[in-house]
Design a protein around this ligand. Structure first.
Ligand code: NI
Length: 166
């Protein structure tokens, strides 16, 4: 188990476009394990590789604490509906803002065995998929915030509708 340092807004690595993963290696598997460890340690529900300083198209998501998902080279292939709600990011600590996302998302990706998978989700999972995939192209949710970026209040942690990456 290894916890990696989470890069924060202002770090150039968060603005870069990540590279596709061509083959699974012991090093990349270790990265994925470390990403889960780092995400859970931060009480997060999603983390993208550039957030730990690695420019690879890999994200990990677990919106329930019991459904870990690894998405390698992910691509959104279908969306529908709309949801407007609070969102935050482990790379933008202590802040949140209102972002509108599709309410349903279907993505295709590879799993850690480099086998094709399809993941679909609504609400929080749909939001997580959108949020995390944007990290792979160097974008942060703050670019999409409607109104002002707000300071996190203690109450927000009890708002189950909020996606604050944690
Ligand atoms: Ni994020």
């Amino acid at each position: 188990m290894a916890i990696r340092k989470i890069r924060e807004m202002g770090d150039e690595v968060l603005t870069k476009t990540c590279k596709e993963v061509k083959e699974m290696t012991p090093r990349t598997l270790e990265l994925i394990e470390d990403m889960f460890d780092t995400m859970y340690e931060a009480y997060g529900v999603g983390l993208a590789a550039p957030q730990v300083g690695v420019l690879k198209r890999i994200v990990v998501i677990d919106t329930t604490g019991e459904d870990p998902i690894v998405l390698i080279n992910p691509r959104i292939v279908e969306t529908s509906g709309e949801q407007t709600g609070s969102e935050g990011c482990l790379s933008v600590p202590g802040k949140h803002g209102i972002v509108t996302r599709p309410n349903y998302v279907k993505a295709v990706a590879l799993n850690e065995d480099m086998e094709p998978i399809e993941v679909e989700g609504t609400e929080l999972l749909a939001r997580a998929i959108c949020h995390e995939l944007e990290h792979l192209d160097g974008h942060l949710y703050v670019e999409k915030v409607e109104g002002d970026l707000m300071d996190m209040e203690a109450d927000d942690e009890e708002d189950e509708e909020a996606y604050d990456e944690k």
